[in-house]
Write a protein that binds this ligand. Structure first.
Ligand code: ADP
Ligand code: F6P
Length: 321
């Protein structure tokens, strides 16, 4: 069946560059004479029939904006068979023949269900700051989030060194240490704790005390939220070392802001590739970038195949600090 109308939605945690991806989907659809509808508020909006046709101009002046003009949400109802059946009916009622889902691994699972179980042509674009999807070297938003976290670390460094304190910087990453690892490396942090690598707090405190005796009083320890809460770590360090320790939780600041050039270009490029893939008849696929080339894998592989290999970066942090 020829695709006459494509639907696009953003789902899960928002990420800077999602707007550039929406723009890519809309503009390339028009270039290929295909209509586009925006589905607002992710799968929840789909179930609410929040569907509106988008024009070429509806994506003007959004390339530089963080967040997502389509808004996003999490939707437990969509995980049920009944929810998905309703979603299919609403897609059909709106004459949407194919769907682009921009989101993280959960959103990809939803897209995989629509494609495999309900036969809706569907592709996914990696929109998450976590950079935790297989089949793409970068997810849309991860570069901006990294720059934001790094900017904060640079500022924290000034006060750390002036007041000679221990600072814990908690960054996002429930299951993935990508942001923590990279911003620790780029920010010259002394230590990084991530969910993928076991750590020993006694050993860390021993290192801190030894350093203190040698005259090293300033420390930046970057922790991914999924490894340990910054406050819990601070309490343990203060109990064990008796040294003044402060905590900064960067939180959702990492999700906001104007996307970097890399995230804008990635979003646009993947948006165009998503439309091409659908028009070629592909479905159930995740579109990514590897070695600067479009790379396409199954949605299931994208959600299950990712594994961060932190060994080189951990080794570098040890040598360089
Ligand atoms: P992200 O896409 O950023 O990882 P979530 O994990 O919260 O965010 O997933 C976003 C939404 O995707 C969920 O609220 C739900 O509607 C849908 N989803 C997640 N997992 C599944 C699943 N196994 N089957 C169907 N839909 C799912
Ligand atoms: O998936 C992106 C992410 O920002 C994670 O890094 C973080 O753990 C989570 O979303 C936060 O989710 P919420 O928006 O529900 O607070």
């Amino acid at each position: 069946m020829a695709i006459k109308r494509i639907g696009v939605l953003t789902s899960g945690g928002d990420a800077p560059g999602m707007n550039a991806a929406i723009r890519g989907v809309v503009r390339s659809s028009f270039a290929r004479k295909v209509e586009v509808s925006g589905i607002f508020r992710g799968y929840a909006g789909l179930l609410n029939d929040e569907v509106r046709p988008l024009s070429h101009r509806s994506v003007s002046n959004i390339i530089n904006r963080g967040g997502t003009i389509l808004k996003t949400s999490r939707c437990p109802e969509f995980m049920t068979k009944e929810g998905q059946k309703k979603a299919v009916e609403i897609l059909q009622r709106n004459s949407i023949d194919a769907l682009v889902v921009i989101g993280g691994d959960g959103s990809y699972r939803g897209a995989a269900a629509l494609s495999k179980q309900w036969n809706i042509p569907c592709v996914g674009l990696p929109g998450t700051i976590d950079n935790d999807l297989f089949g793409t070297e970068k997810t849309i938003g991860s570069d901006t989030a990294l720059e934001t976290a790094l900017g904060a670390i640079d500022k924290i460094k000034d006060t750390v060194n002036s007041m000679e304190r221990i600072f814990i910087v908690e960054v996002m990453g429930r299951n993935c240490g990508y942001i923590a690892l990279k911003c620790a490396l780029a920010g010259g942090a002394e230590q990084v704790l991530i969910p993928e690598v076991q750590f020993d707090i006694f050993e860390l405190c021993h290192e801190i005390t030894e350093g203190y005796i040698r005259g090293k009083a300033s420390w930046i320890i970057v922790v991914a939220e999924g490894a340990i809460k910054g406050d819990d770590l601070a309490k343990k360090i203060m109990d064990m070392t008796d040294l003044e320790t402060r905590v900064v939780v960067l939180g959702h600041i990492q999700r906001g802001g104007s996307p970097t050039a890399e995230d804008r270009i990635l979003g646009g490029r993947l948006g165009v590739a998503a439309v091409d893939a659908l028009l070629k008849g592909l479905s159930g696929k995740a579109i990514g970038i590897v070695c600067d080339k479009i790379n396409i894998v199954d949605l299931e592989a994208a959600t299950t195949g990712y594994k961060l290999d932190p060994r080189e970066d951990m080794g570098l942090i040890k040598i360089l600090t």
